[in-house]
Design a protein around this ligand. Sequence first.
Ligand SMILES: NC(=O)c1ccc[n+]([C@@H]2O[C@H](COP(=O)([O-])OP(=O)(O)OC[C@H]3O[C@@H](n4cnc5c(N)ncnc54)[C@H](OP(=O)(O)O)[C@@H]3O)[C@@H](O)[C@H]2O)c1
Length: 253
Amino acid sequence: MDSHTIPTDYSPAQDLLQDKVILITGAGDGIGRAAAESYAAHGATVVLLGRTVAKLEAVYDAIEAAGGAQPALFPMDLASATEADYANLAEAVAGTFGHLDGLLHNAGLLGERRPIASATWPAWAEVMQVNVNAQFLLSKALLPLLEQAPRASIVFTSSGVGRRGRAYWGAYAVSKFATEGLMQVLADELENTSRIRVNSLNPGATNTAMRRTAYPAETPTKNPSPAVIMPAYLYLMGDDSVGVTGQAVNAQS
Ligand SMILES: NC(=O)c1ccc[n+]([C@@H]2O[C@H](COP(=O)([O-])OP(=O)(O)OC[C@H]3O[C@@H](n4cnc5c(N)ncnc54)[C@H](OP(=O)(O)O)[C@@H]3O)[C@@H](O)[C@H]2O)c1
C-alpha cells in the first residue's frame, strides 16, 4: 500500500479552504464534528450530513457563532438511504452550490466486537452498509459535482485494523479494508483523467464515543481530542495536498 507522510511541521493557512464547499458525513459528533468546525474556521462552506438532526443543528449553531459561513444541513441515515436519496442529495448540492470541492467520508459504525464464528448477519450487514456501501453510493452520486471543481479532494476514513486485521474486530476491520480498496480503485481511475485526488486517512486512537465504546477500560484522556488531529484533515482537504492521490495517510505518527 502506498503511504504518505504529512510534513511534521505542517501549519495550515487560516484561509486554506476559502470559497471551498465541503461535505462531511457523520458531522454531528466526534471527528466529523471537529472536521466540520475546523474546515469552516479555515474558510469553507460545509455541508453537514448525519443521522441525528439535533447534533447537526448544534454544529450548525457552533459554526455560525464562530463566524463561519452558513452551513447546509442534510439529515440522512446511511444505513437505510436509497440510491434515490443520494440522487436527491446531489441535486440539492448542485442547486445550492453548483459544485463540490471536498468530500470527507467520516461516518462509521463500530458494530459487534466478537469472533467471526459468532458474528451476526444483521450487525455485519449494517456495518458494511454504513462503512462501505454508503461510501460507494455517495461518491458515485457526487462525482459529477466534484468534477466541476478546479481541484477536488475525496478523503476516506480508515483505521489501524483496516491496514492490518486483528481478532474480534469483525465487520469493522473488513469494512475498513474495503474502504482502502475503494480509495485505491477510485484514485487509480481518476489519476490521469481528472482533477480529483482520493486518499484514505487513519485518524489513530482519538477520544470519541466510538473509541470509548471500543476500549471501555481505557482512560479516555490518554488519547488526543479530535481537534488535535485536524492538521491532517486540513492538509488532505486543502490545496497543499494537490498531487497526492491513492495514498494511505496517518493523522498521528
Ligand atoms: N476514534 C478513533 O479512535 C478512531 C480510530 C480509527 C478510525 N476511526 C474512524 O473515524 C471515523 C469517525 O469516528 P469517531 O471516532 O468520530 O466516532 P463517533 O464519535 O461514533 O462518530 C461517528 C459519526 O458517524 C455517524 N453515523 C454513524 N452511523 C451513521 C448512519 N447510519 N448514518 C449517518 N451517520 C452515521 C454518527 O452519527 P450519530 O452521532 O448521529 O450517531 C457520528 O456522527 C469513523 O469512520 C471511525 O471508524 C476512529
